[in-house]
Design a protein around this ligand. Structure first.
Ligand SMILES: NC(=O)c1ccc[n+]([C@@H]2O[C@H](COP(=O)([O-])OP(=O)(O)OC[C@H]3O[C@@H](n4cnc5c(N)ncnc54)[C@H](O)[C@@H]3O)[C@@H](O)[C@H]2O)c1
Ligand SMILES: N[C@H](CO)Cc1c[nH]c[nH+]1
Ligand SMILES: [Zn+2]
Length: 467
């Protein structure tokens, strides 16, 4: 079957542009209610039954039948064996990518990620103490594709922050299981029967993911996924240690579960489908831009790829490149569904108007494919990551440029930031008031405390005042 991708053509001069633009941006997961209900029941089950529920869900959704949690735990020796058996080019690529991501996050840590203090003139010390989290859970997606790059993007900043223990979960669904894209109607649970099956059956452990765990370093790892993995990390089970925070992307089940466990544990963000917005002045080869649009569209039928450009002839050339290049793509069907359903090629009056539109979208990835990217960058306020110039393909950021590829989606870049070293740290304020400082601060606090009617606050400050 040959896929055909005709992304919606829009122009900002069309009278109905606003309505059509808003409609295209709107994203709603049709199955939201069904997913929410299922996630709630999985969370409750894991909270009550612990490991037994995790084993049942893993059999039910991933087709992975294990008699005990021990069979779902990966060992450090598994990681080493996987790494050693990779071709040298893959070993080298993993190591280089991890080294570049580490270097970037080490730099980031120096930009405000370290304890610092200052003193008032009277000797009072003020500042913030930065402490790494004790134990984090990292979710590495594994349902429809394997993501060693996401493992690196989560584990490396955690290490750089100084996190003590990193617990990784990664589903390894058997072919034909629900998670691998098989039937969406799960069979009834039959925990009793499954308990008699005494080993892991058919779960596909991706060697690059295991090798990435060797390179990036994780403390313990389990081949579980979905809401059950998030629940196990959040509540803890007899086998899986409860963590302080869960980071990492995942599908709608993972996102919903993270939303529900927030408060019991910290989370990084709720990630939606991938997005790319290319802002082009027409100077980049159209094939490059077409492939950049494909690069995010190929993640997911619900991914969104948008081109904004003031040159109508250039938009025609990008569409021609899409038509020519699409049949070569192994994931052409996913790309076509994404472009047809959610993509857009938008003709703008100017690059200035394109920048303003981009700010309204607040995309996860924003490519400024221009001869003069630094002219436009100051106009761009909201994006998860900004890729400047024709040579900066978004895909380089996904793997090895250095900054994190876990980014805010669905317009949340208006108020949130990429995953970072700061996600794996917390801050405590430091206050040491000198005797002289207590005289000044005590008088201010006393007045305000009386104003709030809080006498003990006032007296605690006043007792330290010299007569
Ligand atoms: N933002 C990022 O940085 C980033 C990086 C990599 C991947 N991603 C995205 O993460 C997502 C990964 O999704 P995925 O599905 O491949 O893997 P996943 O690991 O997120 O989900 C697989 C799990 O979903 C659960 N599941 C699937 N169908 C279910 C059902 N019907 N009922 C109950 N549970 C069910 C199963 O437990 C399974 O283990 C993709 O959308 C991908 O684009 C994002
Ligand atoms: N583009 C994804 C985040 O939206 C990350 C990724 C992983 N591998 C390839 N791409
Ligand atoms: Zn990607």
């Amino acid at each position: 079957m040959s896929a055909n991708a005709q992304a919606l053509r829009l122009s900002t001069t069309q009278p109905d542009f606003e309505a059509r633009f808003a409609q295209r941006l709107h994203w709603s997961a049709e199955q939201d209610d069904a997913i929410e209900q299922r996630v709630k029941s999985i969370l409750a089950d894991v909270r009550t039954r612990g490991d037994a529920a995790v084993l049942d869900c893993t059999a039910r959704f991933d087709g992975l039948h294990a008699a005990s949690m021990a069979a779902l735990e990966l060992k450090q020796s598994d990681f080493k064996t996987a790494f050693d058996s990779l071709p040298p080019a893959q070993q080298h690529a993993l190591q280089e990518a991890a080294a570049r991501v580490r270097r970037y996050h080490e730099w980031q840590k120096r930009q405000g990620g370290e304890t610092a203090t200052y003193r008032d003139e009277d000797g009072t010390l003020l500042g913030q103490k930065v402490t790494p989290l004790d134990r984090v859970g990292i979710y590495v997606p594994g349902g429809k594709a394997a993501y060693p790059s996401s493992l690196i993007m989560n584990a490396v900043p955690a290490h750089v922050a100084g996190v003590g223990e990193i617990i990784m979960v990664v589903p390894t669904p058997a072919r034909g299981s629900i998670a691998a894209g098989g039937s969406n109607t799960p069979p009834a649970l039959d925990g009793q029967a499954q308990a008699t099956i005494d080993s892991v059956a058919k779960g596909e452990r991706n060697p690059l993911v295991l090798a990435a765990a060797h390179v990036a370093g994780v403390t313990r790892a389990f081949t579980i996924g979905g809401a059950q993995a998030v629940a196990a990390l959040a509540y803890g089970t007899a086998t899986i240690p409860k963590v302080d925070k869960i980071t990492g992307p995942g599908n709608a089940y993972v996102a919903s579960a993270k939303k529900h466990v927030f408060g019991t544990v910290g989370i990084d963000m709720i990630a939606g489908p991938s997005e790319i917005l290319v802002l082009a002045d027409g100077s980049t080869p159209p094939d490059w831009v077409a492939m950049d649009l494909f690069s995010q569209a190929e993640h997911d039928e619900l991914a969104q790829a948008i081109l904004l450009c003031p040159d109508a002839a250039y938009i025609d050339a990008v569409q021609a490149a899409i038509d020519r290049l699409l049949p070569e793509m192994p994931r052409a069907d996913i790309i076509a569904k994404s472009l047809n359903g959610r993509g857009a090629l938008i003709h703008t009056r100017s690059m200035e108007e394109a920048c303003a539109l981009s700010n309204r979208i607040a995309p996860e990835h924003l490519e400024v494919s221009s001869r003069d990217p630094h002219r436009w960058e100051p106009l761009l306020r909201h994006a998860g990551a900004i890729f400047l110039g024709a040579y900066t393909s978004e895909s380089l950021g996904d793997y090895c440029a250095g900054p994190n590829h876990v980014l805010p989606t669905s317009g949340t870049a208006r108020f949130s930031s990429p995953l970072s070293v700061y996600d794996f740290q917390k801050r405590s304020s430091l206050i040491e008031v000198s005797e002289a400082g207590a005289q000044k601060l005590g008088r201010i606090a006393s007045v305000l405390a009386h104003g709030e009617g809080l006498q003990a606050h006032a007296r605690a400050a006043e007792m330290r005042l010299k007569p």
